[in-house]
Design a protein around this ligand. Structure first.
Ligand SMILES: Nc1nc2c(ncn2[C@@H]2O[C@H](COP(=O)(O)OP(=O)(O)OP(=O)(O)O)[C@@H](O)[C@H]2O)c(=O)[nH]1
Ligand SMILES: [Mg+2]
Length: 363
């Protein structure tokens, strides 16, 4: 199961954002909770195509794609040195596939700021440095073990070279994701669970009164996001959390009044899904309409294996039509076949986002 870990300084609004996304109703306090066991919840990935297919097929069962969100304790300065919730926190970060980094823009005299003032760029840097320190410590540990050996085998020498490159990058205060490592190098490093390799989404947590899109702190954050090539999402945390607790109808009404087109919830989930490089394919029918998740670049046989290992083992062909073509041809498979947009693909076919797939197999 894919996991998005929500990180940030204490009292930046992480649990609030978690509630916006998951509607799980996690506890939100005006003082740092310092708890180490994270809140977790699964969410359905919003997808209009999926909704449309459900409407059309009217299946007995509906199974949307899901992602898990994990709300972690606040990471403070010196966490990598074991202060605060330190190590427990960092091990949870290591288990996440992607990071949702919440920074505080909201002013709220009732909620203290661990650094006393609101300064999102500074806060982002504090957390980022802690993540860098964590990865550096892992590397130093491994390098000293390798150095302690009398003789390194060739694989260890290669590992050492790669780790030293990573170390240099981190010492320049750059995250490992900026190093542009090859798939092979990433595979070699996968056991270390480096946290600065994880894709990151930046969430600016605003108070509902901060509607000025050009406020200096938001601009500064935008520049940072641009420079670091991180996606930035704005959230009116407290207000959207309250909104998320209302029934769907009332939410729409409120959003209309506030001039928000898409809820922060939907935006955040979709962004996180895209951040993870995930795509969806669909299986459809009267029994069930289901959205399945693949990594971009995976093949028809991977798709088959996601559904059931038997389908991968006995794979013959995949019958594929894209959602867009299906809609364009009156939602008729017969018409799609006639026009040649319904295809039979082999094992190596790279699945595209929105493909509707039926696996032909024989076991
Ligand atoms: N005014 C305002 N207050 C907010 C906003 N977001 C969060 N808060 C308040 O800030 C306090 C902390 O919010 P949480 O979501 O618990 O923050 P957290 O980052 O999870 O805190 P820890 O888990 O203790 O590190 C709560 O009292 C929230 O109501 C916001 O957008 N506007
Ligand atoms: Mg919290």
């Amino acid at each position: 199961m894919l996991k998005c870990g929500i990180i940030g300084l204490p009292l930046s609004g992480k649990s609030t954002v978690f509630n916006v996304v998951t509607r799980a109703g996690a506890e939100v306090k005006a003082y740092a909770s310092g708890k180490t066991d994270p809140n977790k919840a699964m969410v359905n990935v919003p997808d209009e195509r999926f909704d449309h297919l459900v409407e059309f097929f009217e299946p007995k069962k509906i199974t949307p794609a899901t992602v898990e969100f994990v709300d972690l304790a606040g990471l403070s300065r010196n966490a990598s040195k074991g202060e605060g919730v330190g190590n427990a926190f960092l091990s949870f970060v290591g288990e996440s596939d992607a990071l949702v980094h919440v920074v505080r823009l909201f002013e709220n005299p009732d909620v203290p700021h661990p650094e006393d003032t609101v300064d999102p760029v500074r806060d982002w840097n504090i957390v980022e440095m802690e993540l860098i320190f964590r990865d550096l410590a892992v590397i130093e540990n491994r390098l000293s073990r390798l150095a302690a050996k009398k003789k390194n085998i060739p694989a260890e020498t290669a590992e050492k070279d790669l780790l030293e490159r990573c170390q240099t990058c981190l010492l320049e205060e750059r995250p490992l994701r900026e190093l542009g490592l090859s798939a092979e190098e990433l595979r070699l490093l996968s056991g270390f669970a480096f946290v600065t390799l994880k894709p990151e989404l930046l969430v600016a947590n605003l108070d509902e009164t901060q509607t000025d899109d050009s406020m200096p702190q938001l601009e500064a954050l935008r520049r940072l996001a641009h420079e670091k090539q991180i996606r930035l999402v704005k959230i009116f945390g407290k207000m959207e959390m309250e909104l998320a607790e209302l029934p769907e109808e009332e939410q729409k009404e409120f959003m209309g009044e506030l001039g928000i087109a898409e809820s922060g919830r939907n935006r955040l989930i979709s962004e996180a899904y895209a951040l993870l490089g995930l795509i969806s394919f669909f299986t459809t029918g009267k029994d069930e309409v289901k959205a399945w998740t693949l990594l971009g670049g995976e093949t028809a046989v991977d798709a088959a294996g996601t559904i059931h290992s038997d389908l991968a083992r006995g794979f013959i062909r995949a019958q594929v039509v894209s959602y867009v073509d299906f809609i364009a041809h009156d939602r008729s498979l017969a018409k799609c076949r006639e026009k040649g947009v319904l295809r039979l693909e082999g094992k190596e076919y790279i699945v595209a986002d929105g493909d509707m797939i039926e696996i032909r197999f024989n076991v």
